[in-house]
Design a protein around this ligand. Structure first.
Ligand SMILES: *[C@@H]1O[C@H](CO)[C@@H](O)[C@H](O)[C@H]1NC(C)=O
Ligand SMILES: *[C@@H]1O[C@H](CO)[C@@H](O)[C@H](O)[C@H]1NC(C)=O
Ligand SMILES: *[C@@H]1O[C@H](CO)[C@@H](O)[C@H](O)[C@H]1NC(C)=O
Ligand SMILES: *[C@@H]1O[C@H](CO)[C@@H](O)[C@H](O)[C@H]1NC(C)=O
Ligand SMILES: *[C@@H]1O[C@H](CO)[C@@H](O)[C@H](O)[C@H]1NC(C)=O
Ligand SMILES: *[C@@H]1O[C@H](CO)[C@@H](O)[C@H](O)[C@H]1NC(C)=O
Ligand SMILES: [Zn+2]
Length: 325
């Protein structure tokens, strides 16, 4: 499994391989060639649990990590089903993450990090604290595989770049049909008129970015624009080539057009992953609606806009100096 194989081969391999070993690395670590053909991919296997491949890690060359905690449909018999809590998978989110990663790679010629959990949420929920997300010792064991891998990846990015962005990819079925970006701010906090955005962003899951901007001498307005102003991920997703927010089929909250979820509607503000890692890197939970996940055309539109926003964030806030790429 070494040498110049195309990424598609590796993706095929990592998702379908049944080779059993605790940890396997393919590719090599020669970073002098920035070609993705050399990307090391590590898979973690739990030999005692059905030779189960629990986590897939794709090593990247950008300060961006894409995570997929709820996309898997694998139901290994060796892990008992959970009986409580949210048990349904976020359908098509692995596909969304792969497509997003490919588009970012086409732009920069290097790939972001990708961490995928390969066990269904029916068995283990890795976007919950361990005691809520697991009901069995086998479950806790693979929960730890995922978070040990992700923690190491987060620490690696922090060490290598000094900062970075984690996009936690999810799906929901709320009737508003919007892409919901979670910054650890509740709907009430986003609707509140008594707190301005300079103050809000300091309580958010991108507070590290906000304080970094301020330290580097940017205006307070620049930091305040990160949540739902012209410097935000939401704006970058919705804006079209003319610089206007198009009335498109992709609606994002928060963004300049939709600064807060309407009172009385459901909105996901970010879960365990966002809470746990936002003290080291910036984290945004991305919750896409069914309408953008369940068809090929929908996923294309979603991924085009997610990639546009991720590239905007990287260019503006994480890679102003490309020499480390
Ligand atoms: C576990 O859940 C799956 C999916 O809901 C179901 O098909 C399967 O029969 C369940 N297994 C047990 C042992 O209950
Ligand atoms: C925003 O709120 C903070 C404290 O809550 C205050 O210091 C600051 O002046 C406010 N900024 C604006 C632009 O109103
Ligand atoms: C946002 O708008 C302000 C004022 O027009 C401008 O100075 C700033 O560069 C814009 N920020 C981004 C990230 O485009
Ligand atoms: C961009 O969005 C604006 C505002 O909705 C719209 O008027 C314009 O036609 C759009 N342009 C393109 C190229 O889609
Ligand atoms: C939001 O709705 C609830 C009831 O649905 C109501 O009690 C509350 O006052 C509303 N808040 C605002 C800010 O309108
Ligand atoms: C970019 O980083 C390199 C080394 O890390 C440094 O030598 C160079 O001055 C930096 N350039 C800018 C514009 O900050
Ligand atoms: Zn989810």
């Amino acid at each position: 499994m070494r040498g110049n194989r195309p990424i598609h081969f590796f993706l095929f391999f990592i998702f379908f391989s049944t080779i059993s070993c605790r940890k396997m690395t393919s590719g090599n670590n020669d970073n002098s060639n920035k070609n993705n053909n050399q990307t090391p991919i590590t898979s973690f296997f739990a030999e005692d649990i059905d030779k189960l491949q629990t986590v897939t890690l794709v090593e990247g060359h950008l300060p961006l990590i894409i995570t997929v905690p709820h996309g898997s449909l694998n139901l290994p018999d060796s892990i008992p089903n959970r009986t409580e809590g949210q048990l349904v998978a976020d359908a098509y989110t692995i596909s969304v993450a792969n497509q997003l990663s490919n588009q970012i790679q086409q732009h920069y010629k290097v790939i972001p990090y990708l961490v995928v959990f390969n066990v269904a949420r029916r068995k283990v929920d890795v976007n919950r604290p361990i005691n809520e997300g697991c009901e069995s010792p086998q479950g806790r064991r693979v929960w730890k595989d995922y978070h040990n891998t992700l923690q190491k990846t987060v620490d690696t990015v922090k060490k290598r770049y000094g900062h970075g962005l984690l996009l936690d990819i999810h799906g929901q079925a709320h009737k508003e049909g919007m892409v919901e970006l979670g910054y650890l701010l509740s709907g009430d906090a986003l609707r509140s008129v008594s707190t301005n955005d300079s103050a809000l962003v300091k309580q958010s899951s991108i507070q590290l970015l906000a304080s970094r901007l301020q330290k580097s001498g940017s205006t307070a307005t620049a930091a305040a624009s990160l949540l739902r102003g012209n410097g935000s991920f939401g704006h970058a997703m919705m804006v079209n080539s003319t610089g206007n927010e198009a009335s498109l089929s992709v609606q994002v909250v928060p963004s300049p057009s939709y600064p807060y979820p309407e009172n009385g509607t459901l909105y996901f503000r970010g879960g365990y992953t966002t809470k746990r890692y936002h003290t080291t890197l910036d984290v945004i939970q991305v919750e896409s609606p069914k309408s953008l996940r369940f068809s090929k055309e929908g996923r294309k539109l979603l991924c085009d806009n997610l990639a546009k926003a991720a590239i905007f964030m990287l260019d503006h806030y994480y890679l102003p100096n490309r020499s480390k790429l």
